[in-house]
Design a binder for this molecule. Sequence first.
Ligand SMILES: C[S@@+](CC[C@H](N)C(=O)[O-])C[C@H]1O[C@@H](n2cnc3c(N)ncnc32)[C@H](O)[C@@H]1O
Length: 299
Amino acid sequence: MSSRRGEKCRFANTTAERQTEVDLVRDYYSEQSLFEWWTRHPYRRDMVAKYSPYLAGLESELGRTLTIVEVGSAVGADVTLLAERFPTAKVIGFDLSPEGVLTSARLAAGEFFVSDAERPALVDNCCDVVLIVNVLHHFYRYPDQVLDEINRILRPGGLMFLKDPNAGKINPRLVVNITSRAMRFVHWWTRTLRRPMFDMEIPPASPTERGMRYEEVRDLLGARFDLVDRRFVDGLTHMARWHAFPQWPLRLLDKAIHFVDPRSLVFYSFVCRSRKPRAELSSWWQCDPSQTSSSRSSD
Ligand SMILES: C[S@@+](CC[C@H](N)C(=O)[O-])C[C@H]1O[C@@H](n2cnc3c(N)ncnc32)[C@H](O)[C@@H]1O
């Protein structure tokens, strides 16, 4: 598949434009380098470590191993890191990008398939945990559908982990550009010092994304789930910590951006619990998550 990186894309309003957007998304998240970059990035490992106590708690509460589904799993980095910590868990990921799914099938731990998060091919109440990391901003125009689907596949009492960049007042594309340029500079710096964390180029920003504001996401989640934990994670300063890079230039950049808008370049992270009544659950243990939901009347 030819790379269309850097191609300009208007936000889609028509079906044809939406198709262009879908093609760009599929094409963009297809590379092995993303798997290596993301599984080795301590920032990501740190995030998975923060989620793990919740998973361990749920596992001991249920008294059995967990079924974990990642929505928008890309190349499967997060589920691979989770599978390292919970080797007995059943781990499933799906993504719109077939090449991302092929990469994860080859490199990552778990089972992977191509599906659209708006209509995931999974039956109701099929998993204990849903992970949706850096994906919600793909649905900034219609987040309800995706969150309803997650609620549908999650068993009563199940957990959802959601992390995403916050949309500040500063133009999100500008923020993404600043971030990716700053990270390129960090990368150049670490290579020059012959202390590279990663021997690869940092992927540029995808052309089809737009962040959502924390308050909006909080209300959307609160309407469906119990909010167990919510917090902000600083963007640049936090990432620089892991690169043997002096923090002050990025901290200054963070501060300058936060001066204009305290919430730009910040990620929000939510831990949510399904509040579906347990009575709905008749025989979930018989349910095979990889079975498709073709019988669903809503389709
Ligand atoms: C920024 S990446 C994040 C990937 C991964 N969760 C991570 O944090 O490494 C966003 C992912 O969402 C996927 N995606 C976008 N729209 C999607 C959709 N409608 N259904 C499923 N996946 C989608 C993209 O293909 C991409 O892999």
